[in-house]
Ligand binder design. Sequence first.
Ligand SMILES: *Cc1c(COP(=O)(O)O)cnc(C)c1O
Length: 217
Amino acid sequence: MSITENLQQITSSIPATITLVAVSKTKPVSDIQKAYNAGHRVFGENKVQEMEAKWKELPEDIQWHMIGHVQRNKVKYMAPFVSLIHSVDSPRLLKEINKQGKKNNRLIDCLLQLRIAEEDTKFGMTEAAITALLASEETKNFQHVNIKGLMGMATFTEDTSQLTREFQKLKSFYDSLKQTQQFSVLSMGMSGDYQLAIQNGSNMIRVGSAIFGERNY
Ligand SMILES: *Cc1c(COP(=O)(O)O)cnc(C)c1O
């Protein structure tokens, strides 16, 4: 199926309240343009400089989401335009985003990444680290970041019960934080598991290969 058909198929199979982030990492600008022509506006990338290059070439009304691990020295390249950073995984990164937001006179929307995978993964914070970050005076005083919710990446597995456990862990932590935070975004679910993620409370899914086809690295 074509990119347009894939997009239509996915969009029609999910509730309208779910935000679909089309993950275009490694894919050429021509593929993104096809999805754009089909009406799609929200794209996700995992490398700052690749996203910046695509931003320069493509229409201005695209919302660019950063979904991958970010090195602090790269924040400056996306601060002028990034729409949502899903992958805030340290206090020092959040501080740098606030600093670059100030330089660009912007309020930058962010999600905090919780480590939910039972497999060993490098990125994401523990619940305790996120709780401490949200409680700190420094975070509360940031004028240029807006923390809108949480993101998580489940284990790469087809084991539905394990995936369900991981999604439920993220959802229940999200719900507990919502009692004190103005949270509205829960980013979980990818090509292989987005239906399950939605059943478990996701309202933002990040789908790459099911739209653009397999990636060749
Ligand atoms: C690549 C990537 C995705 C999309 O993966 P697919 O399996 O191709 O849908 C989603 N989230 C993150 C963080 C990614 O790096």
